[in-house]
Write a protein that binds this ligand. Structure first.
Ligand code: UD1
Ligand code: CA
Length: 458
């Protein structure tokens, strides 16, 4: 049967104690709501309605809100509870499809767990996704009658002491035929400790009408975790990272320790890649075959070619690194860097908006910004491209096979010709021609008969 999905995401999330709407708090570098939308899309629904209220413009800004989008936005201007939010979405959808309601703050649910609920809705039943948990604190408890049928859900603050001992909990996810759900939701009231319309009350309503309510057990208790405060957010992040690392390893990625890697975005990799401990991957990162990333390195929105070594504590951001390069330890490759095949960028080298040609080397202590560097160039330790005059940025170009001696100051705009040579310690302000030697430093004087100042004596 056809399906519509409703996602509840209007709440403020006061327990987060944050200025940011709860559903925008990130897990693995992406807003929680984005994870839920991805799951919803995986269910091949006809329509996905998202109920927003608190900071709704900021929430919507994370998604395509054009008419091409598959998302329908429903405003809940007053947060009167989950039941009220779901009712607004049902009014908007006026649907006869099966409907499943997801929560914007339960972001790790897998599709397999939801399928069981949807099947119940397709049969005309009300499916509730439930779980047995060791620590049910804060969650709605599942009530069952003497025959074991689900007869209601009681929120913790409305529960008797006896009910609080129940370890079977409501994950929040409910599915039913759209017309039935609409009918039930119109019956619920707000007579409870919070004065809110609880979506969960549709369960008792259905039970009283003799409609089958089926508690569907979730696949595992990591994925059903709702996130209401920063401690739960951190816990969910760890769980997510471990599940994700598991998938990478099964796809052939070698990890020194699956509990000490963080991928906040999307990671693609070829064969025989290895990530050492405490590597952080952000945004969209692609690794070719046989790439090694050393401990403590951060790679963000970059493409690293085959057979590269990213040594420890190197930061690569917005860069294109071709095959066979060696970076770091302690290198910083900033946005707009393009390193051709076989480039070596060693410790304490920073590059920005710079292309470095094949087999060129900057092995230690350099700043290369706004530069185009040819093939087989050697950049000595301490070389700095002075690209900024306080107002504008200027370019440096360095031809193939040029040799820049140690501690050279290259004042841009500047062109060093092919095969040119810069003497160590030079400040170069004028272009250097093909094959020329530039020496731009004070001449050394050796002074005879010079005495060191002695210590003062009165
Ligand atoms: C809810 C369930 C509880 C369940 C738990 C699972 C109810 C009454 N309780 O409790 O049984 O065990 O989730 O995590 O449903 N929202 C709106 N509009 C509102 C209120 C909430 O859109 O007026 C959204 C929130 O943004 C959130 C979701 O609904 O994404 C759940 O709301 P929340 O207040 O977190 O409910 P819980 O107390 O966690
Ligand atoms: Ca919640």
């Amino acid at each position: 049967m056809a399906l519509d999905v409703i996602i509840l995401a209007a709440g403020q999330g006061t327990r987060m104690k944050s200025g940011k709407a709860k559903v925008l708090q990130e897990i693995a570098g992406r807003p929680m709501l984005e994870h839920v939308v991805r799951t919803a899309r995986g269910l091949n629904a006809d329509r996905i309605a998202i109920v927003v209220g608190h900071q709704k413009e900021a929430v919507k800004a994370n998604f395509d809100t054009s008419s091409r989008s598959d998302l329908i936005w429903v405003d809940q201007n007053k947060r009167l509870g989950t039941g009220h939010a779901a009712r607004l979405a049902l009014e908007e959808l006026t649907t006869k499809n099966s409907v499943i309601i997801l929560y914007g703050d339960v972001p790790m649910l897998g599709i397999d767990s939801l399928k069981g609920c949807i099947e119940e809705a397709d049969r005309g039943h009300l499916g509730v996704l439930v779980a047995q948990v060791a620590e049910p604190a804060g969650l709605g408890r599942i009530l069952r009658d003497s025959h074991g049928f689900v007869s209601g859900i009681v929120e913790e603050r409305d529960a008797s002491l006896e009910q609080q001992d129940i370890s079977e909990i409501n994950t929040g996810i409910i599915a039913a035929p759209g017309s039935l759900l609409t009918e039930l939701i119109l019956q619920i009231d707000n007579r409870n400790s919070q004065g809110e319309y609880y979506l969960t009350d549709v369960v008792a309503e259905a039970y009283q009408r003799g409609i089958s309510v089926v508690g569907v057990m979730a696949e595992n208790d990591l994925e059903i975790k709702g996130i209401n405060d920063m401690a739960q957010l951190a816990h969910a992040e760890r769980s997510f990272q471990i599940m994700q690392a598991q998938e990478y390893m099964l796809s052939g990625l070698r990890l020194a320790d699956p509990e000490r890697i963080d991928v906040r975005g999307s990671l693609k990799f070829g064969e025989d890649c290895f990530l050492d401990v405490n590597v952080v991957i952000e945004g969209d990162v692609v690794l070719g075959n046989n790439v090694r990333v050393g401990p403590g390195s951060v790679i963000k929105n970059s493409h690293i070619g085959d057979n590269c070594d990213v040594n420890s504590h190197t930061v690569v951001d917005g860069a294109l690194v071709e095959e066979g390069c060696s970076l770091g330890p302690f290198a910083r490759i900033r946005p707009g860097s393009e390193l051709a095949k076989g480039v070596k960028v060693g410790n304490f080298v920073e590059t920005k908006k710079t292309r470095i040609g094949e087999n060129s080397k900057a092995s230690h202590l350099a700043y290369l910004g706004d530069a185009i560097i040819g093939d087989d160039v050697n950049i000595g330790a301490g070389t700095v491209t002075c690209n900024y005059d306080g107002v504008e940025k200027h370019k440096t170009t360095i031809g193939d096979r040029a040799f820049v001696g140690t501690n050279s100051t290259l004042v841009a705009p500047l062109d060093l010709g092919e095969g040119s040579f810069v003497g160590a310690g030079s400040t170069v302000t004028k272009d250097v021609g093909l094959g020329q030697l530039a020496v731009g430093r004070g001449k050394q004087r050796n002074v005879d008969g010079w005495f060191r100042p002695g210590s003062k004596s009165d």
